[in-house]
Design a binder for this molecule. Sequence first.
Ligand code: SAH
Length: 523
Amino acid sequence: MSTNTPSSQPVGKVYLVGAGPGDPGLLTLRGKFLLERAEVVVYDYLASRKLLRHVQESAELIYVGKKGGGLHAYTQEAINSMLVEHGRAGKMVVRLKGGDPFIFGRGAEEIEELVAAGIPFEVVPGVTSATAAATYAGIPITHRHYTASVAFITGHEDPAKKESNIRWDKLATGAGTIIIFMGIKNLPIITGKLMEHGRDPKTPVAVVRWASTPEQRSVDGTLDTITDIVREAGIKPPALIVVGEVVKLRKTIDWFEKRPLFGRRIIVTRTREQASELVALLEEQGADCLEYSTINIEPMEDNTELDREIKDLGSFDWLLFTSLNAVTYFFKRVRESGLDSRSLAGPRIAVVGRATGDELLKYGIRADLMPEKFTGEGLGEALLAQGVGGSRILLPRALAARDVLPDMLTRGGAEVRVVAVYRNVPVKGRKEELREELEEKKIDMVTFTSSSTVINFLTMVDAGSEEELHRLMNGVDIATIGPITSKTVEEYGLRVAVQPDRYTIPDMVRAIVDHYNRAGRKK
Ligand code: SAH
């Protein structure tokens, strides 16, 4: 788009981007691309906060939240002029709006101001809550046997007012499926209007709140019962109302709220780098994950010793990797030394478990040995079974780690060289938030994937006494990845509810699902 700004100042551009209904995975690729490049992001109540993870750290974030009927942090006029102002200043601005920007989102009003001011703009559609809420409640909004038309209606307008923009007489029987935005407050009036104008009182209706998020709640009934059902269930905005025969299909199609961990709030304590796999697998099963990073992995400052061993790799009989991070940081140093995987051709290589072995494969190397039991002891036993007397063994690992494995091997007659390749640094912060979640008994489960995550989590909880800790953790299930982590948990007098037979993340998630399947669905 061309502009005729007389000044020589660079003119920015404003992108109205649909944020989707709530699940951050429902943002478009175009939206993500723009968020990653934005200098200013203006977002509101309905746009998922989780989308901000795509934004670069230097970007300015402006919350202009609007809560239906409640406090308006900014007036529409203020938002409009804010967009113009940043556009004029030459900024790349993303205006993130819930659902689709042009469906009951006042997107056009913002654009009109930009046009008037000569600021270039673009609009990126989003997944509207109209379709998402229905879909996530198990309702296809069309179906050739039930309906051939859909209407999107605002329920915000006072239906009692004389000059309504909505022709309820035509709408009531004119559209097969009727989807009503912002209609919770006026629900009795809306259902009344539809019945008054000839829609069958037995027409199925569903109401869906916070669709596609872990807080989703949905109820259904019929035009003449839904008002009471919604009141009894205490369903508040933001919610969408779906009216029509298609709502019947929900019985068969409902899927989102049926996932095994739906409604379960699970704390994941892992290192910042590694939380993603566990979180992804738990979310896949419907869990609401709260990530608390308790440790950061950092490279060593002084690598002299490691560099010496890397140059001398050929003199070792075994090279052992007991964690994924050890592989990552070891190879980082190999690269930095101007070498590559071929320098590992000499020693035989052993890994502690599957994840470490998979990481090693990324460097084109298949481990010669992986124990049955994925622990340091398991690896020690497997090596001893091979006979290690007289052999030279290199163990690159974390600065602070248990000495069980090197001790076992030394006792078996090996010469073991232990070198630190990375260190675990505890992360501070978000303590209040964590305490509040525990105080308010909002947490179903805490997961631990190593002893250090246990220790750091408990440091963050900072309970004054054992009784205090037990009070906070009362009702919270604890899941660990394996026996060593469990032992650490038990040392604090806490009980482990879930521990998988095989010590991997996928097995841990399966064990958690089994646990809650036995316990029965929440809600
Ligand atoms: N542009 C948005 C709609 C904005 S109007 C879109 O395309 O979805 C705000 C109304 O949208 C809310 O009052 C509610 O009725 C509906 N809504 C938005 N997100 C929702 C969600 N996740 N679940 C249920 N309803 C939602």
